[in-house]
Design a protein around this ligand. Structure first.
Ligand SMILES: NC(=O)c1ccc[n+]([C@@H]2O[C@H](COP(=O)([O-])OP(=O)(O)OC[C@H]3O[C@@H](n4cnc5c(N)ncnc54)[C@H](OP(=O)(O)O)[C@@H]3O)[C@@H](O)[C@H]2O)c1
Length: 314
């Protein structure tokens, strides 16, 4: 059996349970491709699953990947050896934090040659989440006033840029250190949560994206315009539970309180890759790590204050 370097999950608990070691190089079956991984971007899905002891099928974390096809199974029609690809493997057992990973072709799209492996790896989960939240759950429309709470991380930095793409007026909420970045990404107004509380203002919004933080649902509801929509994307675990348990109750009336569970989608990813290729959106990369430093990267990300994306270059 051929070997490869990977970061393998050892036991429940802290990021130190990620072991950088040699393991068996995977072999694609007839319906899979083998990818030589170039870059992985980490997501909350990686460290939250790890903390909860939810071990991916491949025992290796890392969902968002970019890389080059090494070989293909005999039923593969969309790709051939040497093609550059990107995708989200969360629905297919993860496995990205390794030199090689196998995946079905429906998990992948061709990486546009104009975008780098690093840029490609930042996008799948974070950008699709932002897109599906605002377009599918939030019914975003030109001219809307949009509030993005938690606008500085992986999802938030894409959310600001996508909301501007949809020609809306964007207000972002983040800490002092990220105000300038949010303005550069296109936010029309930025509320520094270290100084101001968005819920104390009289301003109302057509769409609120709750990406991070832990605010009372009533605070969000108060800030919605009539027929406005709040979409819970993430935040503290108590924020998520509150939204899932009581969202329906606060949706009685014209204001709607929803949540999103983003689904990997080739069509959406191709749309986003095109926006990136055309310079309409640009990933923000906070930190780069090598594969053997994955524990440090996961530790940093789990503190919840990364500015944009954290990536691992294999
Ligand atoms: N529903 C879905 O399908 C889905 C998909 C992907 C992710 N998620 C969830 O979405 C959330 C964000 O993911 P992510 O990848 O963007 O995480 P991330 O990159 O770790 O987000 C970090 C950002 O959150 C901001 N933040 C932290 N505390 C905040 C607060 N109290 N108020 C406002 N902003 C705050 C930080 O900005 P400051 O440093 O300025 O505070 C930091 O820039 C996570 O909870 C994740 O689980 C959900």
């Amino acid at each position: 059996m051929e070997k490869m370097k990977a970061v393998v999950y050892n036991k429940k608990g802290s990021p130190d349970k990620l072991i950088y070691c040699e393991t068996d190089k995977p072999v694609p079956d007839n319906d899979e491709v083998l990818i030589k991984v170039q870059t992985v971007s980490l997501n909350a899905a990686d460290y939250r699953s790890m903390k909860m002891g939810i071990i991916p099928g491949k025992k290796i974390f890392g969902a968002d990947i970019s890389g080059t096809i090494e070989s293909v199974g005999k039923n593969i029609t969309l790709f051939k050896s040497g093609d550059e690809v990107m995708g989200d493997l969360a629905s297919f057992g993860f496995g990205g934090l390794a030199e090689y990973v196998t995946a079905p072709e429906r998990a992948l799209i061709t990486k546009p040659s104009k975008i780098s492996f690093e840029e490609a790896a930042t996008m799948p989960m974070a950008a699709i989440t932002a897109l599906q939240a605002m377009r599918d759950k939030g019914n975003i429309q030109k001219g809307h006033k949009v509030l993005i709470v938690g606008c500085a991380g992986g999802v938030g930095t894409f959310a600001i840029q996508l909301a501007k793409y949809f020609e809306t007026e964007v207000t972002g909420v983040c800490s002092s250190k990220n105000v300038q970045q949010s303005e550069i990404l296109g936010a029309d107004f930025v509320i520094d949560y270290n100084k101001d509380d968005f819920s104390k203002s009289d301003k109302i919004y057509n769409l609120i994206l709750g990406i991070n933080g832990n605010y009372p649902l009533l605070a969000y509801r108060k800030c919605l315009a009539p027929n406005g929509i709040y979409v819970m994307i993430g935040g503290s675990l108590s924020q998520i539970f509150k939204s899932l348990l009581f969202g329906w109750f606060y949706s009685l009336g014209s204001k709607k309180m929803r949540s999103v569970a983003a689904k990997p989608n080739r069509h959406d990813l191709e749309f986003l890759a095109k926006l990136l290729e055309n310079g309409r959106i640009k990933p923000v990369i906070d930190r780069r790590y090598s594969l053997d430093m994955t524990s440090d990267a996961m530790n940093y990300l789990s503190q919840g204050h990364s500015t944009g994306k954290v990536i691992i270059n294999i």
